[in-house]
Design a protein around this ligand. Structure first.
Ligand code: AMP
Ligand code: GLY
Length: 426
């Protein structure tokens, strides 16, 4: 019997997961909650929000779902995996206690310290004066210092302070003015690491790991890493800085030890582990972990992934990843995000999207913020679409992807023109 899958979420990342799952010969039917117009071409979208754990559970029960896959972090933190497991249903993702690896930076930093896993030197504070003193220790040496809130803050809870003034302001904003609410009850003050930033994705069943791939995101809205941070304006896989040697270090010094540490702490980590890393002169160090797939990294990863995603997820959920291997296409995969005017600030909506029918057959378009109205596809979010192409190498892929981007249009559309260019400089 073919398998029934429920994918939770509505962004480009979830479209990419659905797209890949739909290729599995084992999958008969995919539901997405709530999904989006792109996902609707491959799956049945159901009107349950990603945050409504009880309704999702009821739906999975009523429809004999074989496997549920969670896209965003919020339901993980809310314990969706715990609830499904208690009900005897299979679900891919970490429990709430395991997802603290993303949900609490204080938890994670303390875990890393306890198990000797490389990360920036840090202290945890809830008192302003003590935090300032520690920050001054770095700024007095003319070094930058990083101030972070403990909890989730939609990517805005990290300040890289250039000097004492900026550090002091960030500490005040977090601890005194409570700009981040309870997410900032505790803060971390840490050493600023210098190097290239990369992401690494691995799948764990709680004990064994399978490495997927490395990737590089482009967080700032403008070319050359200018302007404010966004959810991610583009990504590509296998950045050249992530050599085989670095990969070995990351797996043996970071990924395996952290999965083992979580097991020892009784926080069995099953799901995808997304490590944000800085490649420093002293080796790779952890910036942060996410308990979910990256967006837009996943849009670049899925078209390059070989094999059956359903079986990979199922094997992880069953705790049988030992000796499992995943292959990724040789060559390049690159994703360029098309965003609405104003994003990442307040942005336009309801603009007609044109040209999708003109893109090449081997180009993949993932929807993020779109809506269908009267047979027209309209923009409906900050990040609207992701354009993904594969190439024999990065130069070719970059050329190809921007040729495809040219074919697509909506009023106010903007995108970075330098996605992947860092890979060419090496
Ligand atoms: P995080 O959410 O902890 O990954 O932080 C967000 C971003 O801030 C990272 O992607 C880095 O660009 C930057 N960052 C965080 N921690 C550090 C650090 N210790 N040194 C340098 N940059 C950092
Ligand atoms: N692209 C970064 C993230 O998904 O958090």
């Amino acid at each position: 019997m073919g398998k029934k899958v429920l994918v939770i979420g509505q962004g480009g990342r979830e479209h990419a997961l659905v797209w890949k799952l739909a290729q599995s010969p084992r999958v008969e039917k995919i539901y997405a909650a709530p999904g989006n117009p792109g996902i609707a071409k491959l799956a049945e979208c159901i009107a349950i929000s990603a945050g409504d754990v009880e309704q999702l559970l009821q739906f999975a029960r009523d429809n004999n779902i074989d496997l549920t896959v969670v896209g965003p972090e919020a339901p993980l933190m809310d314990g969706i995996v715990d609830r499904f497991q208690q009900a005897g249903l299979k679900i891919f993702g970490p429990t709430a206690r395991a997802a603290e690896l993303e949900g609490s930076k204080v938890f994670t930093k303390n875990l890393l310290k306890k198990y000797g896993i490389p990360t920036a030197e840090f202290e945890v504070f809830d008192e302003i004066e003590l935090a300032r003193n520690y920050a001054r220790f770095f700024t007095d040496q003319g070094k930058k210092v990083v101030i972070k809130v403990d909890g989730l803050a939609a990517g805005k809870g990290v300040i890289v302070a250039n000097d004492w003034e900026e550090a002091s302001q960030a500490i005040d904003s977090m601890l005194k003015e409570k700009s981040f609410g309870s997410a900032g009850n505790k803060i971390i003050v840490e050493e600023c690491l210098i190097g290239q930033e990369v992401s690494f994705f691995a799948i764990s069943d709680g004990e064994n790991i399978v490495s997927l791939v490395s990737a590089q995101d482009h967080k700032q809205v403008f070319d050359n890493d200018g302007g404010p941070n966004t959810g991610g304006m583009g990504a590509y896989i296998n950045p050249p800085v992530f050599t085989a040697e670095v990969k070995d270090q990351v797996i043996n010094q970071i990924i395996r030890p952290v999965i083992e540490a979580m097991r020892k702490e009784g926080r069995f980590y099953q799901g995808v582990l997304f490590a944000g890393l800085m490649l420093t002169d002293a080796g790779p160090k952890v910036l942060e972990f996410n308990a979910r797939f990256g967006d837009p990294e996943t849009q670049a990863i899925m078209p390059a992934l070989k094999g059956d995603l359903y079986t990979l997820f199922e094997t992880a959920v069953n705790g049988e990843l030992k000796d499992y291997e995943v292959a990724i296409n040789e060559g390049a995969s690159i994703c360029v995000v098309l965003a609405s005017k104003g994003y990442p600030g307040a942005y336009d909506k309801g603009k007609v999207i044109r040209g999708l029918e003109d893109v090449s057959r081997d180009t993949v378009i993932f929807h993020a913020g779109t809506v269908e109205k009267d047979d027209q596809l309209l923009t409906n979010g900050g990040r609207v679409l992701a354009v993904v192409v594969q190439g024999a190498n990065m130069a070719e892929a970059i050329n190809k992807v921007y040729n495809e981007v040219k074919k697509i249009h909506f009023n106010g559309m903007h995108f970075r023109t330098d996605i992947g260019r860092k890979a060419l400089k090496r």
